[in-house]
Ligand binder design. Structure first.
Ligand code: MN
Length: 363
């Protein structure tokens, strides 16, 4: 994946002689390792990739990952996990004066290893350039995400068939997870959110023992991982007949989302998207009850670096993939969120999660 390494270097504000990407143990794995190597299987704890201007890479892995790393045309060095990696860094980074690190995804211990091996080297944070490169997906990446999106959409279509009064939140979470795997996911991409009634007013609630009763919201936020790429979607349902207020909440969120999705085109800015979505909600009786960002980029991670919020300058470019997920949350009552995954395109956005959302579905 030389072109991806080149893209990272093209995005740099200041030059570096090399970039050091180093994984620790789960969950401190820098997904950039997979972005540039393209390795499809394996865990790759304690593995390193050194990138150089022009696209060259040196990959250092422990013996248990050697088989997984073969077949990609990579320059591989196999080093026992507990061995001193410093001497390899000294050889491979000889003469490098400025070395880039991806600060949000590298452990302090891994940075200390580098400093110990090359004490005179200046470290430069290149995380912005890494993020900018990863934000714009190539067609191979989009295809993986499209598959992950198809799976969650298929699950969403089945929810009204199996969701029933009396089920516990954890029952539904288990059913969603099971179906994602049946439909081809490797695993859920994060802990599935399954929340009933007033629990749905808590955006990052997970799942508990609460049983679904008549007149309650049932909100599900879940994602699938396919290969190394993810999806992330949310649908909100109601058990039985909704109160008029519940329908109003749903319609406000739906319209806010439509406004947001329409703006996900090349040339817009994420901050304007958020502003338009928020303005719509704030012009209703639910003013002030949209309490998070409109969306985030997805890719190798569920939160892949980009954020759609009025405080963040995020120019939108063809091939970026974001969630658009406004919500309204009334503590003690309930919440509605509708979330889809959208590819930024020129002229018209591409929605990857077409499961029905145009009305509040009763089960
Ligand atoms: Mn999300």
């Amino acid at each position: 994946m030389r072109h991806r390494v080149e893209r990272i270097f093209e995005n740099l504000d200041e030059d570096v002689d090399a970039i050091y990407i180093r994984n620790s143990t789960e969950p401190i794995i820098d997904k950039t390792f997979f972005y540039v190597t393209g390795i499809r299987s394996g865990l790759f704890e304690s593995s390193t990739v050194l990138m150089f201007p022009g696209g060259d890479m040196e990959v250092i892995v422990p013996p248990l990952e050697e088989t997984s790393a073969k077949g990609y045309g990579l320059d591989l060095t196999v080093v026992p996990r507990r061995a001193e990696i410093g001497e390899h860094l000294q050889i491979m980074l000889k003469g490098c004066e400025r070395i880039g690190i991806n600060s949000p995804e590298v452990s302090y211990a891994a940075v200390m290893d580098l400093q110990k091996a090359l004490p005179k080297t200046k470290l430069v944070d290149v995380s912005k350039a890494v993020m900018q490169a990863r934000l714009v997906k190539d067609e191979t990446e989009i295809e993986q995400i499209r598959k992950a999106c198809r799976i969650v959409s298929k699950v969403a279509r089945k929810i009204p068939e199996f969701l029933d009064q009396g089920m516990r939140e954890t029952d539904v979470a288990a059913e969603i997870n099971h179906r994602m795997q049946l439909y081809g996911a490797l695993e859920p991409s994060f802990t599935t959110i399954s929340s009933f009634g007033k629990n749905s007013a808590e955006p990052h609630y997970t799942a508990g023992n609460k049983k679904l009763k008549q007149g309650q919201f049932a909100l599900f936020d879940y994602g699938a991982r396919v290969g190394r790429y993810v999806s992330d979607m949310t649908r909100t349902f109601v058990c039985g007949k909704p109160e008029p207020k519940m329908k109003r909440m749903y319609d406000v969120v739906l319209e806010a989302q439509r406004i947001g999705i329409d703006m996900m085109v090349e040339g817009s800015n994420g901050k304007d998207v958020h502003k338009a979505v928020e303005d719509h909600i704030n012009a209703t009786e639910f003013k002030g009850r949209f309490i998070h960002s409109t969306g985030h980029s997805i890719g190798l991670s569920v939160h892949d670096g980009g954020v759609i919020h009025s405080l963040i300058d995020q120019p939108l470019k063809d091939g970026m993939i974001f969630t658009v997920e406004p919500g309204v949350y009334l503590p003690g009552y309930g919440g509605v969120r509708i979330e889809d995954n959208v590819v930024v395109r020129k002229g018209k956005p591409e929605i990857l999660t077409p499961a029905p959302r145009s009305k509040l579905i009763s089960v």
